[in-house]
Each structure stands twice: as structure tokens, then as C-alpha cells.
Design a protein around this ligand. Structure first.
Ligand code: ADP
Ligand code: MG
Length: 482
């Protein structure tokens, strides 16, 4: 083992100071020999260079006067622990001695203590431990039972990583429903073009055409999708207003109710078309607006006599994309509210298989401030879904803007680069075991590197995300060609 330095100063049980003789990078794994327990795994959390160069001498140096500088490279090290005979990770109960040697950790110790490198039948392979060739596999049962969040700034690689995760879930035949506001997940059907990176990560390219189906409330904009419709009979008048794009409940709810009663009295199986006809007969500005918005609703074909059957939407072992591209925001919320409630109800009755519900742009669907139509049901699923085998995955570029109760229920976090201070604060507050050093590192993560917490691992891990087996659909639009 290569010695990198010595322990100095006051030594705690969970951390110590290190004087470095060889350069080590923040996040690297180190080892210390413990008298009682053998080698203990540690991680360099922070680094600084201490010197005796004061302002006066620095100034003189700037004017060309030579001056001797004494400097030390100092590190703050976090103790991760050792595995005991029962395989449990433990911290030493007596602090290391000052002056003790600190080594660069060997791959076998890292793998053993972190629990990496074993191939598991229930593992979702998301990438390799940064700087090593150890596979990080997330426990799929934990993912689905205990919820997931994917957090990063725009362009940080959230959709790419989510694609990786869904590929793994599909390989393991886990049923998924994906709320896809930008219509970017259809490319899960198509195999990626193979390149050298696939070899390094040992990933076979593959498309999942047979396991991906797509529905959309707007099939004219999204022709690759089948129509997603809801049953008119099961739609409350208030919800009908949302589908019609009318926000003033005070003005429109009562007249709409009267209209519905009128039509239902003569024909209990009425359609939107029947409502349009009846509204046409009304007089005045309100009636005119109702008529016009009902005509619009009829064109959208969003509400039908029966609605898309759940047995078609939820197919065991497949992913169903709900493509909301081009759909008005309040209608998107309505669609999510209706779908999520139905999925939750049917899961409680065990009428559909256990499933993983993915919400992209989740800050719009469960905002911290204000209300979205679907906020309440998403909060319910976050707090109670696990009991019923309904896993939630929220994806957002604004950790500060998503409902905190939803975020804190996520036990696995996949965090890519985040720079906004408010978002960083929200992340630091919702995740246990995140050190100041890690929070600082999140700000400068390169694209393709994620901090993984939970997922069956007891300490946060930096992960080089594996390449996609399928094509990534979220490429940015090029404004200028080069
Ligand atoms: N792990 C990765 N490996 C290679 N390229 C990546 C990776 N993650 C993201 N990218 C690239 O970065 C860009 C932004 O990623 P994307 O997932 O669409 O960001 P986000 O959804 O966070 O806005 C994409 O063009 C994608 O090709
Ligand atoms: Mg995205």
C-alpha cells in the first residue's frame, strides 16, 4: 500500500486531519491500519494548502524579491469504517493515533467496505465508482419501495440518467409509468450507436421497442402515441372546467353544473358533443364562453364515454410513456392527478402490478409554493405509496421548488451538478450523511458524474454514469450549426 501522509492534531472517531506527503484528490479513498480491527476505509473530504507566506512577503514576491515559503498540504478525512464478522459496517470505537500512517485504499478494501463489485440479481447497474472499475448497482426493491429523486441543474444529465435507470428496470421487467412533459423518452425503443465507452462500462446497446408504449392527450402533436382519454362520467364539474381551460370557478361552475344536469336529465349517457349542442342554445357572455370552450374540449377528444382502460395503460413489465408535449400546463396537472389517483386506488386493491411512477419536471406537479391539481395525490403517494408497492421517482432541476415532504420521502437520491445555492441548501437539508465537502463537490461535478445516496449503500458514492443502451432523447436543439 502506498503511504500518502500522516494523521496530526486532535483525532475524532468520525474524522481526522491529515498532513499529506503525496497529492490525493478530494473524494479519494484512503486507509488507516487500526490496532483492533485491521484496515479501516476513509475518504478525503476536504483539502487545503497551509503556508507561512504573509501579505508583506507575498507583496515582495510580486516585486521580484525571493522569499522562502513553508507550506503543507492538509486534508480533512472522513472515516467510513470497516466490515465486522457479521458483514456490518462499523466505525472504530477508539480514535486513531496521531502520527499514524495513512495509505491510498486498495480496490479490494473499497469494494468490501462499500459493498461494491458484487453482481446482484436485483441490482440496477447505473455506473462505476468514480476513478475505479467497481460497478454501482442500486437495489431495485429499495428503489421502488422507498422512492427516488433525480436532482441537477438544466443540462446536468437528469434525463440521461433516468433513461439508464429505466433501461435497468425494463431489463428486470419492472412496470413503469413515466410522465414525460417533453416527449423525450420515446427513444428508449431505439438502440444507441455503439462506441468505445460502451466497452469500458461493459454495456450492450439494445432497444426496448417491445416493452415501451406511449400515450398522449394530444396525438395530433404526438403522432407516435396512442390517444389517452378519460371518462366523462367520472369527471367532476370542477375538473371539467380545468379540461376546458377555464380558471374562474366562481363565474363558470354554477352554469356548467346546470348545463350538465339539464343534459343528463334527458340522456344519462351524454357525450361532450351533447354538451356542446346544449350550450349552443344558451344566451349571454358566460354561455357563449362555455359553448366555445366545450367545442375546444370536444376537439381535444380528451374526454370520452369510457376513457382509456387502465388494463391498457398499465402493462406488466413494460414502460408506459405519458407524452404531454404541447399540452397546456393545467391540463397536464389534471392528467397527472387523474392518473396518479387511479394508479394509487388500483394498487391498494392489488388490481394492477407493483409499479414505478416517474414524474419529470416534478417541481411543476408538486410545487413547494402554491398548489398544483395533482400536489395532494403525489404527496400521498410519497408518504404512503411504499406500503402498496407504488414507487415514486421525482426528477427536477429546482430542488428548492419541489414540495419538501415529497423530497424528504425519497430514500435514494441521484444528484448531478447543482449550482444554485437555494437548491443546494434544499438538497443538504433533505439528505442525511452529506458532508460539507460533498455539498461543495456537487457544484463542480462534470456531466456524467452523479452522487448516489441510499439505494442499498450506507455512504454516498460518486458514480460515473454508464452509457445508455438506448438512444438519449433529450438532446438540446442546436440554434447555430457549426
Ligand atoms: N452520462 C452521460 N454521458 C454522456 N453524455 C451525457 C451524460 N449525461 C448527460 N449527457 C449529455 O448532456 C446533455 C444534457 O443531458 P440531459 O440528461 O438531457 O440533461 P437534463 O435532463 O438534466 O436537462 C445531453 O446532451 C446528453 O447527451
Ligand atoms: Mg431533462
Amino acid at each position: 500500500m502506498e503511504e500518502v501522509g500522516r494523521i496530526y492534531g486532535d483525532v475524532g472517531l468520525g474524522q481526522f486531519h491529515l498532513s499529506l506527503t503525496l497529492p490525493v484528490e478530494r473524494g479519494d479513498y484512503l486507509a488507516v491500519e487500526d490496532e483492533l480491527h485491521g484496515r479501516v476505509l476513509c475518504q478525503l473530504d476536504d483539502l487545503r494548502r497551509k503556508s507561512d507566506l504573509d501579505l508583506v512577503h507575498a507583496d515582495q514576491l510580486g516585486r521580484g524579491t525571493e522569499t522562502a515559503i513553508h507550506e503543507n498540504l492538509l486534508g480533512m478525512v472522513r472515516v467510513i469504517g470497516y466490515r465486522d464478522d457479521q458483514g456490518i459496517v462499523k466505525l472504530p470505537t477508539v480514535p486513531f493515533r496521531p502520527g499514524a500512517k495513512v495509505f491510498r485504499a486498495e480496490e479490494t478494501l473499497i469494494a468490501q467496505v462499500l459493498g461494491l463489485g458484487r453482481h446482484s440479481a436485483v441490482g440496477a447497474y447505473v455506473g462505476l465508482l468514480r476513478g475505479h472499475s467497481l460497478r454501482i448497482e442500486l437495489d431495485i426493491n429499495q428503489l421502488v419501495q422507498r422512492h427516488v429523486s433525480v436532482l441537477a441543474k438544466t443540462g446536468g444529465g437528469k434525463s440521461y440518467l433516468l433513461g439508464v435507470l429505466i433501461e435497468e428496470l425494463l431489463r428486470h421487467k419492472v412496470t413503469c409509468i413515466i410522465i414525460d412533459p417533453h416527449g423525450e423518452y420515446g427513444s428508449l425503443r431505439i438502440a444507441a450507436e455503439k462506441n468505445g465507452v460502451h466497452g469500458r462500462f461493459q454495456v450492450e446497446t439494445q432497444g426496448f421497442a417491445r416493452q415501451v408504449q406511449e400515450y398522449s392527450p394530444d396525438v395530433s402533436l404526438n403522432p407516435s402515441a396512442q390517444p389517452l382519454t378519460f371518462s366523462l362520467r367520472n369527471t367532476e364539474p370542477r375538473d371539467l372546467l380545468i379540461f376546458m381551460g377555464l380558471t374562474s370557478v366562481k363565474t363558470f361552475l354554477a352554469p356548467l353544473k346546470t348545463l350538465l344536469e339539464e343534459v343528463a336529465a334527458t340522456n344519462p349517457d351524454f357525450s361532450v358533443k351533447d354538451l356542446v349542442k346544449a350550450a349552443e342554445r344558451g344566451e349571454g357572455a358566460v354561455a357563449e364562453t362555455l359553448h366555445e370552450r366545450l367545442e375546444y374540449l370536444e376537439q381535444t377528444k380528451l374526454l370520452g364515454p369510457k376513457g382509456t382502460p387502465l388494463s391498457e395503460l398499465v402493462v406488466k413489465g413494460s414502460a408506459t410513456l405519458i407524452n404531454l408535449r404541447g399540452v397546456a400546463p393545467d391540463v397536464q396537472e389534471m392528467v397527472v392527478a387523474r392518473l396518479a389517483s387511479t394508479l394509487f386506488e388500483q394498487r391498494k386493491k392489488n388490481k394492477i402490478p407493483p409499479l414505478f411512477l416517474v414524474i419529470e419536471e416534478a417541481h411543476n406537479f408538486a410545487p413547494q409554493q402554491g398548489q398544483a391539481t395533482c400536489s395532494r395525490i403525489l404527496k400521498n403517494i410519497a408518504s404512503e405509496g411504499r406500503k402498496f408497492g407504488l414507487g415514486l421517482c421525482v426528477v427536477t432541476q429546482r430542488a428548492a421548488r419541489i414540495d419538501k415532504s415529497v423530497l424528504s420521502q425519497c430514500n435514494t437520491q441521484l444528484i448531478l451538478q447543482v449550482t444554485n445555492p437555494l437548491d443546494l441548501k434544499a438538497i443538504a437539508q433533505s439528505i442525511e450523511g452529506l458532508t460539507d465537502g460533498m455539498t461543495a463537490m456537487i457544484q463542480s461535478l462534470p456531466v456524467g458524474t452523479a452522487l448516489v445516496t441510499g439505494g442499498g449503500y450506507h455512504t454516498p458514492l460518486f458514480c460515473e454514469v454508464r452509457p445508455r443502451a438506448t438512444k438519449h432523447g433529450g438532446e438540446s436543439v442546436r440554434i447555430v450549426e457549426n
